[in-house]
Design a protein around this ligand. Sequence first.
Ligand SMILES: Nc1nc2c(c(=O)[nH]1)N[C@H]1C(S)=C(S)[C@@H](COP(=O)(O)O)O[C@H]1N2
Ligand SMILES: [Mo]
Length: 397
Amino acid sequence: MPGLTAPSDYSQDPPRHPSLKINSKDPFNAEPTREALISSYVTPVDFFYKRNHGPIPIVDDPEGYRVSIGGLVEKSVELSMDELRKLPKYNVTATLQCAGNRRTAMSKTRTVKGVGWDIAAVGNATWGGAKLCDVLEIIGIPKLSAISSLGGKHVEFTSVDKCKEEKGGPYKASIPLRLATNPGADVLLAYEMNGEVLNRDHGYPLRVIVPGVIGARSVKWLDRINIIKDECQGFFMQKDYKMFPPSVDWDNIDWSTRRPQMDFPVQCAICSLEDANVINQGKITVAGYAVSGGGRGIERVDISVDGGMNWIEAQRYQKDTSYVADDDHYADKWAWVLFKAVVDAPENAEVIAKAVDTAANVQPETVEAIWNLRGILNTSWHRVRVQKASHIVKSNL
Ligand SMILES: Nc1nc2c(c(=O)[nH]1)N[C@H]1C(S)=C(S)[C@@H](COP(=O)(O)O)O[C@H]1N2
Ligand SMILES: [Mo]
């Protein structure tokens, strides 16, 4: 597509904030420190995790850039950024979370394959752009459609980046048409992040944001949007980002037995403490984030300082808690909740957090119960072991 190209090496990747913890340099995969992650409700772009599978594409001609939209429909179009900006603009605050968030901890149970992430492969941004359902109307697909006139049931997003998993081809993924055409699902073609033009790492000039769904479906650097019959056949839909039971390992895996993961489950993590923090006697602050997928909000966050015998409820914070009556939801339904509890410092114990979402889904107690060979969706109770002594990481809540 004109305007957008992909380098074949990493020499033209953009500069990044030096405080990020780099989990892989080429491709660049990095997350903020725990402390930085909860220092603000809306995650600054610099501290937002970066998850790439190849070198960052370059927009050589912003005026000439077009995204093509077509496939199993009678009409196809090519839209410029100017044309996209003329459509109604929406700002949606949504938490993006990589399915690999907390993978490192899962690997401690049994080795898993994938980039090692601590607990910060997640961020909460205000995304600005056009709704995908409005764009699909231009090619003749009405709102709330499950199938297009020519039999398409998925919307496929294709980028231009060169990924080794795709044998040098571009990253791609799809979502069901019924999700893409649902105005309430808030699927965006985003060109802004936190009120600024998207930067290169996060998808400049245009990316998809699928709120409540694992980050892998929010394709960056959009080249084409195609209505296709069934789900996308790309690597990241078929041979990755699927949830397997603990009994499946590399010698007995059959990828075709599982569906591509879409919604993420209820999740939370403590960010004010590091493992093996040595703490003062007295009070400690247990603070972090909680989020659930599919538009399910967070009902409650429970904290224990005695290994899970006794629990207290944490305070929760969201920016906008107003109720939207016409659609029966809270304004921040896609966004995380920050939580905080001030508790007596334990002698030498595990501090635990677990969240409950609005559907009363809970996090699993152990990582063993949800171990899977790709190490995705580690949503087990978040545990931090602290010891008594002299240093504590302060929370900025
Ligand atoms: N084109 C493209 N889109 C992509 C990816 C990618 O490597 N290439 N990574 C995906 C994954 S796995 C995640 S978690 C999110 C990360 O988005 P971020 O880097 O803006 O945080 O982008 C998704 N979209
Ligand atoms: Mo991801």
